[in-house]
Write a protein of this length. Structure first.
Length: 205
Protein backbone atom coordinates (compact mmCIF):
# COMPACT_ATOMS: atom_id res chain seq x y z
CA UNK A 1 0.00 0.00 0.00
CA UNK A 2 1.18 3.51 -0.76
CA UNK A 3 2.72 5.03 2.43
CA UNK A 4 0.62 8.18 2.10
CA UNK A 5 -2.57 6.16 1.60
CA UNK A 6 -1.64 3.88 4.51
CA UNK A 7 -1.18 6.92 6.75
CA UNK A 8 -4.58 8.29 5.75
CA UNK A 9 -6.23 4.93 6.44
CA UNK A 10 -4.58 4.65 9.86
CA UNK A 11 -5.62 8.20 10.70
CA UNK A 12 -9.20 7.43 9.69
CA UNK A 13 -9.14 4.39 11.99
CA UNK A 14 -7.90 6.63 14.84
CA UNK A 15 -4.61 4.73 15.03
CA UNK A 16 -2.57 7.93 14.68
CA UNK A 17 -3.19 10.51 17.42
CA UNK A 18 -3.89 14.08 16.39
CA UNK A 19 -2.07 15.55 19.39
CA UNK A 20 0.79 14.25 21.49
CA UNK A 21 0.38 13.95 25.25
CA UNK A 22 1.85 16.89 27.11
CA UNK A 23 2.29 17.87 30.74
CA UNK A 24 -0.02 20.84 30.16
CA UNK A 25 -2.79 18.98 28.35
CA UNK A 26 -4.74 18.59 31.62
CA UNK A 27 -5.97 15.13 30.64
CA UNK A 28 -5.57 13.68 34.12
CA UNK A 29 -6.10 14.79 37.71
CA UNK A 30 -2.54 14.22 38.90
CA UNK A 31 -1.04 17.17 40.77
CA UNK A 32 2.26 16.80 38.88
CA UNK A 33 1.61 15.60 35.29
CA UNK A 34 4.59 13.67 33.93
CA UNK A 35 4.74 12.22 30.41
CA UNK A 36 7.22 9.70 29.06
CA UNK A 37 7.67 9.62 25.28
CA UNK A 38 9.92 7.48 23.10
CA UNK A 39 9.89 7.39 19.30
CA UNK A 40 12.16 5.62 16.82
CA UNK A 41 12.27 6.01 13.01
CA UNK A 42 13.75 2.53 12.54
CA UNK A 43 10.83 0.97 14.36
CA UNK A 44 8.15 3.34 13.03
CA UNK A 45 6.65 3.36 16.49
CA UNK A 46 6.01 5.85 19.27
CA UNK A 47 5.38 5.01 22.92
CA UNK A 48 3.71 7.50 25.26
CA UNK A 49 3.21 6.84 28.96
CA UNK A 50 1.38 8.94 31.52
CA UNK A 51 3.94 8.25 34.21
CA UNK A 52 2.11 10.34 36.80
CA UNK A 53 -0.99 8.13 36.59
CA UNK A 54 1.06 4.94 36.91
CA UNK A 55 2.96 6.35 39.86
CA UNK A 56 -0.32 7.34 41.50
CA UNK A 57 -1.44 3.72 41.39
CA UNK A 58 1.93 2.53 42.70
CA UNK A 59 1.82 5.01 45.57
CA UNK A 60 -1.36 3.35 46.82
CA UNK A 61 0.43 0.01 46.94
CA UNK A 62 3.42 1.41 48.84
CA UNK A 63 2.11 4.20 51.12
CA UNK A 64 5.08 3.86 53.44
CA UNK A 65 7.49 4.91 50.69
CA UNK A 66 5.94 8.23 49.75
CA UNK A 67 4.87 11.39 51.56
CA UNK A 68 3.29 14.70 50.65
CA UNK A 69 4.31 17.82 52.55
CA UNK A 70 1.81 20.72 52.29
CA UNK A 71 4.53 23.31 51.76
CA UNK A 72 7.03 24.44 49.14
CA UNK A 73 10.70 23.91 49.91
CA UNK A 74 12.46 27.13 48.94
CA UNK A 75 15.76 25.60 47.84
CA UNK A 76 17.40 29.04 47.65
CA UNK A 77 16.69 29.87 51.29
CA UNK A 78 16.26 26.27 52.51
CA UNK A 79 12.95 27.28 54.07
CA UNK A 80 9.38 25.98 53.88
CA UNK A 81 6.57 28.14 52.45
CA UNK A 82 3.07 26.84 53.18
CA UNK A 83 1.07 29.30 51.05
CA UNK A 84 1.00 29.21 47.22
CA UNK A 85 2.43 32.42 45.78
CA UNK A 86 0.59 34.52 43.22
CA UNK A 87 1.45 34.11 39.54
CA UNK A 88 4.40 36.26 38.45
CA UNK A 89 5.30 34.74 35.07
CA UNK A 90 5.68 36.78 31.91
CA UNK A 91 3.21 34.51 30.05
CA UNK A 92 -0.40 33.83 31.06
CA UNK A 93 -0.77 31.15 33.71
CA UNK A 94 -1.46 27.83 31.91
CA UNK A 95 -4.91 26.42 32.61
CA UNK A 96 -3.48 23.14 33.89
CA UNK A 97 -1.36 25.02 36.44
CA UNK A 98 -4.21 27.36 37.34
CA UNK A 99 -6.63 24.51 38.14
CA UNK A 100 -4.05 22.87 40.39
CA UNK A 101 -3.15 26.21 41.94
CA UNK A 102 -6.76 26.83 42.90
CA UNK A 103 -7.17 23.24 44.09
CA UNK A 104 -4.22 23.71 46.44
CA UNK A 105 -5.44 27.12 47.68
CA UNK A 106 -9.00 25.90 48.35
CA UNK A 107 -8.08 22.40 49.51
CA UNK A 108 -10.21 20.65 46.89
CA UNK A 109 -9.44 17.91 44.31
CA UNK A 110 -8.11 18.97 40.91
CA UNK A 111 -11.20 17.60 39.15
CA UNK A 112 -13.42 19.77 41.35
CA UNK A 113 -11.30 22.87 40.71
CA UNK A 114 -11.40 22.24 36.96
CA UNK A 115 -15.20 21.97 36.95
CA UNK A 116 -15.53 25.05 39.16
CA UNK A 117 -13.30 27.34 37.09
CA UNK A 118 -13.79 25.94 33.58
CA UNK A 119 -16.15 28.82 32.67
CA UNK A 120 -14.28 31.48 34.65
CA UNK A 121 -11.22 31.82 32.47
CA UNK A 122 -11.27 35.60 32.84
CA UNK A 123 -10.08 35.02 36.43
CA UNK A 124 -6.98 33.17 35.26
CA UNK A 125 -3.85 35.26 36.00
CA UNK A 126 -2.30 36.93 32.98
CA UNK A 127 1.34 37.45 32.23
CA UNK A 128 3.31 40.25 33.83
CA UNK A 129 5.89 41.60 31.33
CA UNK A 130 9.27 42.28 32.87
CA UNK A 131 10.43 45.90 32.71
CA UNK A 132 12.81 46.56 29.85
CA UNK A 133 16.05 48.45 30.49
CA UNK A 134 15.58 52.16 29.97
CA UNK A 135 17.37 53.57 26.94
CA UNK A 136 18.58 57.13 27.38
CA UNK A 137 17.64 59.24 24.40
CA UNK A 138 20.65 60.11 22.31
CA UNK A 139 22.72 57.15 23.58
CA UNK A 140 22.94 53.90 21.64
CA UNK A 141 21.46 50.77 23.19
CA UNK A 142 23.88 48.39 24.90
CA UNK A 143 25.30 45.79 22.56
CA UNK A 144 27.20 42.84 24.10
CA UNK A 145 29.16 42.36 20.87
CA UNK A 146 30.51 45.89 21.13
CA UNK A 147 31.79 45.15 24.64
CA UNK A 148 33.50 41.94 23.47
CA UNK A 149 35.08 43.80 20.55
CA UNK A 150 36.43 46.47 22.92
CA UNK A 151 37.90 43.80 25.20
CA UNK A 152 39.62 42.01 22.32
CA UNK A 153 40.93 45.30 20.94
CA UNK A 154 42.35 46.26 24.34
CA UNK A 155 44.02 42.86 24.69
CA UNK A 156 45.60 43.21 21.25
CA UNK A 157 46.98 46.62 22.21
CA UNK A 158 48.55 45.22 25.39
CA UNK A 159 50.17 42.38 23.44
CA UNK A 160 51.52 44.87 20.91
CA UNK A 161 53.08 46.90 23.75
CA UNK A 162 54.74 43.77 25.14
CA UNK A 163 56.28 42.94 21.78
CA UNK A 164 57.48 46.53 21.40
CA UNK A 165 59.24 46.37 24.79
CA UNK A 166 60.82 43.03 23.90
CA UNK A 167 62.11 44.41 20.59
CA UNK A 168 63.70 47.35 22.39
CA UNK A 169 65.44 45.04 24.86
CA UNK A 170 66.66 42.88 22.00
CA UNK A 171 68.12 45.91 20.28
CA UNK A 172 69.91 46.92 23.51
CA UNK A 173 71.20 43.38 24.08
CA UNK A 174 69.34 43.19 27.39
CA UNK A 175 66.55 40.84 26.48
CA UNK A 176 66.45 37.66 28.54
CA UNK A 177 63.22 36.49 26.96
CA UNK A 178 63.07 35.50 23.33
CA UNK A 179 59.82 34.92 21.56
CA UNK A 180 59.26 31.23 21.15
CA UNK A 181 62.27 30.38 23.36
CA UNK A 182 62.60 29.28 26.97
CA UNK A 183 62.70 32.06 29.57
CA UNK A 184 65.50 30.24 31.38
CA UNK A 185 67.85 30.09 28.42
CA UNK A 186 71.23 31.71 29.03
CA UNK A 187 73.22 33.39 26.26
CA UNK A 188 76.00 31.18 24.96
CA UNK A 189 79.43 31.94 26.47
CA UNK A 190 82.37 32.58 24.20
CA UNK A 191 85.25 30.23 24.85
CA UNK A 192 88.91 30.93 24.02
CA UNK A 193 90.22 28.13 21.81
CA UNK A 194 93.00 26.11 23.42
CA UNK A 195 96.12 25.12 21.55
CA UNK A 196 96.25 21.52 20.54
CA UNK A 197 99.22 19.44 21.88
CA UNK A 198 102.01 19.05 19.43
CA UNK A 199 103.30 15.56 18.92
CA UNK A 200 106.20 14.13 16.91
CA UNK A 201 105.86 15.01 13.27
CA UNK A 202 102.86 17.34 13.86
CA UNK A 203 102.58 21.02 13.40
CA UNK A 204 100.30 22.95 15.66
CA UNK A 205 97.86 25.16 13.92
Amino acid sequence: MNPSLERDVMAALSVLPEDMWDTMDDLCDCMYPRIGMWTNPYLAETLEVRMCCIWKELYQLFPGFMRVTPAFLDYNKNEWASEPIDWNGEEDMPKAVWYRHMARKEGIPVAEARAKYADLDYLRPRGIPQPKPEVIEGEPAFNPLDMVFEMVTGLAQEVAKLYEITDRLDAAGLASVQRGASTNRRPARTRTPRALPVGDGEVAS
